[in-house]
Design a protein. Structure first.
Ligand SMILES: NC(=O)c1ccc[n+]([C@@H]2O[C@H](COP(=O)([O-])OP(=O)(O)OC[C@H]3O[C@@H](n4cnc5c(N)ncnc54)[C@H](O)[C@@H]3O)[C@@H](O)[C@H]2O)c1
Length: 315
């Protein structure tokens, strides 16, 4: 393991599903290297609109702040070596109903994180991007060289975020890298609410003895990536010497399953609801992640679902 000393790291959105686990991984990594005594500091910025304070690692310093307010985040980010930017309003349907509010957080908030990082002398920003930037493409797998065609305000906002990150590298010399995640699932996922992703929603429905609700005919496919694999990609993006110029990198498994197959893995009766406006298929080409980060997925969907079924007691 590489040792990096005397660093301050800020996880923006560190109370959320993925951000809290990035924070845990950073704390674990630093503790293994001697903890705060060796000069490590992990800070979390989150306004708790989607995340929970209890999810924030107690060894991290929590700041209840909003990325829409530049002046409030500047002093927290100042002097950081690495900034992981995961804060977002991350639901497609919500963005369709609330385009202005989601723009404010997902785009303006991201620009604020970039401004604060540039001014604060940050050495690298790792931005959580989304495969929703692709929309529907003519061919699969989805490769980073394809022209994005987002199908929702959310997809467009996440794409703008990575473009801003790239421009901040080119124009202002701020090192950035964007990781385009493909449907992240795993322990800690939020199974509640109208906007919950299929896996979380299915697990909850199965647990409550209700039929699994499938939008449309269920033939739509998703490349689903385990949160621990996504966390590992973040740490590799922090350490890799091959990134920092605004690169955009797919983080997906390279395998996809239809929603019908997914429902079968979780088990139980199904009912169909009207189709939603969403890309029909996602499937990542992950060769760039291998090349630039040395990353490849380690957890299969079958293993990941098995673990979650155990956690939900529907083993
Ligand atoms: N979960 C997925 O499948 C997935 C897929 C692709 C990309 N992503 C991206 O990964 C990131 C993390 O997603 P997640 O699933 O952990 O979502 P999440 O909602 O669990 O986490 C997002 C966090 O951002 C915080 N936040 C929201 N608005 C904020 C604001 N104005 N100021 C400060 N904090 C704010 C929320 O409180 C929450 O803790 C997001 O940027 C999302 O777009 C997620």
């Amino acid at each position: 393991m590489k040792t990096i000393n005397k660093v301050k790291v800020v996880v923006v959105g560190g109370a959320g599903f993925i951000g809290s686990q990035v924070t845990d991984a950073l704390v674990a990594r630093f503790s293994a290297q001697g903890g705060p005594a060796s000069g490590w500091e992990v800070h979390v910025i989150d306004n708790l609109s989607g995340g929970k304070k209890e999810s924030v690692n107690p060894k991290a310093t929590f700041h209840n702040a909003d990325i829409r307010e530049l002046e409030s985040i500047k002093p927290i980010i100042k002097g950081a070596t690495f900034v992981f930017h995961l804060a977002a309003l991350p639901r497609v349907q919500y963005s369709i109903e609330h385009p202005a509010e989601t723009h404010e957080v997902n785009v303006t908030g991201t620009v604020n994180v970039l401004i604060a990082s540039k001014e604060g002398g940050v050495k690298r920003v790792i931005y959580s991007a989304s495969s929703s930037a692709y929309g529907d493409q003519k061919t699969l797998p989805l490769v980073e060289t394809m022209t994005p065609a987002p199908k929702s305000p959310y997809g467009l906002q996440k794409y703008l975020g990575e473009e801003y990150a790239r421009v901040w590298s080119e124009v202002y010399g701020l090192p950035t890298v964007s990781l385009r995640y493909f449907n992240v699932y795993g322990p800690g996922l939020n199974p509640d609410g109208a906007y919950a992703l299929a896996i979380g929603k299915f697990l909850k429905q199965r647990k409550e003895g209700k039929p699994l609700t499938i939008w449309g005919d269920g033939t739509q496919t998703r490349d689903s990536t385990h949160v621990r694999d996504v966390v590992r990609a973040n740490l590799l993006a922090m350490e890799s010497t091959k990134v920092g110029k605004g690169e955009v990198i797919n983080i997906g498994t390279g395998r996809n399953f239809s929603v019908n197959q997914l429902a079968k893995l979780i088990g139980g009766d199904v009912v169909h609801e009207p189709a939603r406006l969403e890309p029909h298929d996602t499937l990542a080409d992950n060769s760039l992640a291998k090349k630039l980060l040395g990353w490849k997925p380690e957890i299969t969907l079958e293993e990941g679902i098995k673990e979650l079924k155990k956690a939900f007691n529907i083993g």
